[in-house]
Design a protein around this ligand. Sequence first.
Ligand SMILES: Nc1nc2c(ncn2[C@@H]2O[C@H](COP(=O)(O)OP(=O)(O)O)[C@@H](O)[C@H]2O)c(=O)[nH]1
Ligand SMILES: [Mg+2]
Length: 84
Amino acid sequence: MDNPLAAANVRTRRTRLCGSLTVNASFKSKLLVLTKIDLLPYVPFGLDVAIANARSIHPGIETLQLSSITGQGMGDWLKWIEKR
Ligand SMILES: Nc1nc2c(ncn2[C@@H]2O[C@H](COP(=O)(O)OP(=O)(O)O)[C@@H](O)[C@H]2O)c(=O)[nH]1
Ligand SMILES: [Mg+2]
């Protein structure tokens, strides 16, 4: 696809219920933060597909998975910010 933002409007493989995920993965973005990761067991969201789609647009993009409920990923996120 010519337009990376159009290409970023991805649909996960797992279900249509999830709708489309608009990945803000323009070529300037350095990090894709996937939030509310604790909900993954309960919602039909294709995490691997979403990341693969983001990387297909922006191969170098870093990703982090966060949860403010469990704290998963928070330390890594703070480190990411501190590096900059
Ligand atoms: N399960 C879960 N809920 C969250 C998390 N972070 C925020 N929420 C809840 O999601 C709702 C929206 O929160 P907000 O911070 O505005 O997130 P946004 O949806 O990204 O705008 C609120 O009810 C929050 O308590 C998370 O990591 N896990
Ligand atoms: Mg909000």
